[in-house]
Design a protein around this ligand. Structure first.
Ligand code: SF4
Ligand code: MG
Length: 340
């Protein structure tokens, strides 16, 4: 059947004075209820842009979108600003790295959660207040009834993050999008917030889209992983499969930069070069200027031909956008034994 979130051949671009920025190009994936998909990539890979589009948080005047995004069967692409505003926060909610982007400093935490609830429920202020107390309790804020009347600055960083999650979940969203929600937090609080998100997901049975560049976090929470590079999906599969047996050279590079247990980054072989400009993507495989295998794949012209995102393994859900993944390539070379 259809997954709760379906993204099909999505293209997102922004016309600028310097030209058309192709932020997302031909992106497709699906996410069923009850599962967590981690979207992984460097900044400028299109991971945030595509999630903003799913949430309807893009500016329809400056954004061009083609393809399809359905949330619970409802098409987002082509919605008017009014329609986008009306449905925002009803079926899908988003949490960010910075709670300030959701929590307004001039209003109490309670009032903001109450308003978020009443935007989608015709209930009295009293009923909404009880709901807000309940939500703050569920995300582990002590004395929630008293803390309701505090302003965001009276909360610690971790508590603000919890309050933002309470606000995001107040309408029981079936889809939760988390964009690097724990990046700014210390390791202990980060672990608590991840546990909380997983626990709430179990309770609500929601689909979770988790955007991160931290593969330690991916190992912790993800069922499935989508690796993005230069606005495109380059590798997709079950988390244990991606982390245990990555197929794409970009993913190999990412995995070599997993932070060590101490939290210190342990980059053994950093990926050379920088992410491509979305104004002028390299020809062929966008990764070719940084790839040590470019030009060494028999029968493939990496700098000319864009590889398709296809499955060439027994696991058909496992896909990779690399000429190397072609058995004619990968088994005919001496590259395999060199994999990490
Ligand atoms: Fe490297 Fe070629 Fe694969 Fe691109 S298609 S990742 S350049 S081997
Ligand atoms: Mg981002």
């Amino acid at each position: 059947g259809q997954s709760y979130l379906e993204v099909k051949d999505l293209t997102v671009s922004f016309p600028t004075a310097d030209g058309l920025v192709g932020a997302v190009q031909g992106l497709s994936y699906s996410l069923p209820l009850g599962r967590t998909l981690a979207v992984v990539g460097e900044s400028g890979s299109g991971k945030s842009v595509s999630s903003m589009a799913i949430m309807g948080l893009h500016d329809p005047r400056s954004t061009r979108m083609t393809g399809s995004i359905t949330v619970g069967g409802e098409e987002i692409v082509g919605m008017t600003p009014t329609e986008l505003r009306k449905r925002r926060g009803a079926n899908a909610a988003m949490i960010f790295q910075d709670p300030q982007s959701s929590l307004h400093p001039y209003f109490t935490v309670g009032d903001q959660i109450i308003e978020a609830y009443r935007a989608h429920h015709r209930v009295s202020k009293r009923v909404a207040r009880d709901r807000a107390v309940d939500m703050l309790g569920r995300v582990g804020i002590p004395n929630p009834r008293r803390r309701l009347d505090d302003y965001p600055h009276q909360f610690s960083g971790g508590m603000r993050q919890r309050a933002m999650i309470a606000m995001a979940l107040v309408n029981d969203p079936k889809l939760l999008i988390a964009d690097e929600p724990t990046t700014a937090l210390d390791v202990t609080v980060q672990a608590q917030i991840l546990d909380l998100i997983m626990e709430l997901q179990q309770d609500f049975g929601s689909a979770v889209l988790f955007i991160t560049h931290d593969l330690g976090v991916v190992a912790e929470i993800a069922d499935d992983v989508l690796v993005m590079y230069g606005g495109r999906g380059v590798e997709y599969g079950r988390a244990e499969s991606i982390l245990g047996q990555p197929l794409h050279p970009y993913t190999w590079g990412l995995l070599e930069s997993i932070p060590a247990v101490s939290g210190e980054p342990a980059r053994l072989h950093p990926i050379p070069g920088t992410p491509p400009s979305l104004l002028a993507l390299p020809s062929g495989c966008s990764f070719h200027p940084r790839c040590e295998f470019a030009g060494r794949v028999p029968g493939a012209a990496c700098s000319v031909d864009l590889p398709d995102l296809v499955s060439r393994t027994e696991d058909t859900t496992r896909t990779s956008r690399c000429h190397l993944a072609d058995p004619a390539g990968i088994f005919a070379t001496d590259i395999l034994p060199r994999l990490p």
